[in-house]
Design a protein around this ligand. Sequence first.
Ligand code: ADP
Ligand code: MG
Length: 566
Amino acid sequence: MAQETMSFQAEVKQLLQLMIHSLYSNKEIFLRELISNASDAADKLRFEAIADSALFETDPNLRIRVAFDKAARTVTIDDNGIGMSREETISHLGTIARSGTKEFFSKLSGDQQKDAALIGQFGVGFYSGFIVADKITVETRRAGLPASEGVRWVSAGEGDFVVETIERAQRGTTITLHLREDEDELLSAYRLKSIIQKYSDHVALPILMQKEEWDQEKGEMVAKDEDETVNQASALWTRPKNDITEEQYKQFYQHLSHDHQDPLTWTHNRVEGRSEYTQLLYVPAHAPFDLWNRDHRAGLKLYVKRVFIMDDAEQLLPMYLRFIKGVVDSSDLPLNVSREILQESRDVKAIREGVTKRALSMLEELANAESDEDKAKYAGFWKEFGQVLKEGLGEDFANRERIAKLVRFASTHNDSPEQTVSLADYVARMKPEQSKIYYVTADTWQAAKNSPHLEVFRKKGVEVLLLTDRVDEWALSYFTEFDGKPLASVARGDLDLGALNDEEKKAQEEIGETMKPLVEKMKEALKDKAKDVRLTFRLTDSPSCLVADDGEMSGYLQRMLKAAGQ
Ligand code: ADP
Ligand code: MG
């Protein structure tokens, strides 16, 4: 088919401009993004080849090759993965068919650093090539299509791109970056290698580069006729924990999450027994901008025996843990597992239970940590994800007690809207006779803390939890007691301060005892004027008052009758 010039979607244009400007200071990520796409393409080929091994053609050894050409001033990233058809090229590289686009634009702040992080989360991927290139050529052929159905896509990253059909014997995709004026430093094996090692070491495929050796006679590095593998080339989670550095864990997290910031914590282990799998789970430091979207992508990737099966495996994690990122690699599931099968599978159920428990222990470790640093981490976690975790109180019956211990509230104990009080803290501060955990719900912290219902509790010195999150009332309709103590709303009509009143009564009796001599003396002094003298606790401001006996006329009525001449 002839050449066709097409326009980028409006959002793509906007995104391109923004990215080139705001990510410039972090430009080496383009290589990570393009290598990550190449690695995804290999994953997809492996996956499709489970059903149709002919897709491997005569080239079964999947790899990525990175090369540069000093004379042409280009850097090339080449893979023999799944490739793209003409339609796929147009839609994948010309539009952002992602649901979060609108929110993404609405969240931009104009602050370069913040926006760069947001772009990172959004995962602009391919377009990051335009940070260093003023023209990108993509040549690709989808696995299974004939050589005559190759595609060339060319764009300068401005308004439009050109697509044409070409002959291409090789399956997969070759991306050629024509470097911008002052990007020549990238035309160096040493430089490219160090970027790859920094960002892409964990990529499970070999990343090849042409080998260079020092030539004594010429006094310079000379390219040899062979390739070398420049990364570790084994899936990070399959390696023993002791062989993995903290830095490698963090880099892998960035690869998974597109988050520029380090994760708060992670956990990595192999589970053996009824169901065998490896899990590597991370808690991000910050909520992604689309956490509250209904179609927010869950963060777990599912592999089966190291073969990538799917992103966003929502069956592996309950909704209230949707912020967790990571990898689950199962040894038991069939390779041709589909989302439908996942829903039915007992192995998946076992994995889901295991992953949930592991994720909760990871949070417990942070929450119960002694060090100030970890405490601050948990506080940070709670701010970002607390509302999501609270959904678990209503959602996960089996783990409700554990979740309840992780939950934090604002309370009358601290004069602050910060949610830092745990139910255990509350219980520890309960009055000896207090049997319930009291809370008030309101739209804002201000409204909650000024609720008139709180007066009597303040007076009695009883702490009340101040609940202001939208999820609270719903969650508490499922979560009705903690540590054997029922949760009670202070606004309920049948508010029962039972034992607390008793406590007060007891205190009053004691006072009554000590005041007895005084009361007797007053009785004696007033014996002609008053029928009786009694101690009262009904007054707050006045020292004394006259009252009528039960069954007697009130003082007011007596005065009225007197005035009427009776
Ligand atoms: P993402 O990787 O998050 O989907 P990208 O912008 O990095 O976003 O890539 C967009 C899409 O382009 C990919 O989802 C994929 O379908 C396609 N694509 C990019 N690079 C390749 C490649 N090397 N081989 C096959 N498809 C690719
Ligand atoms: Mg990508």
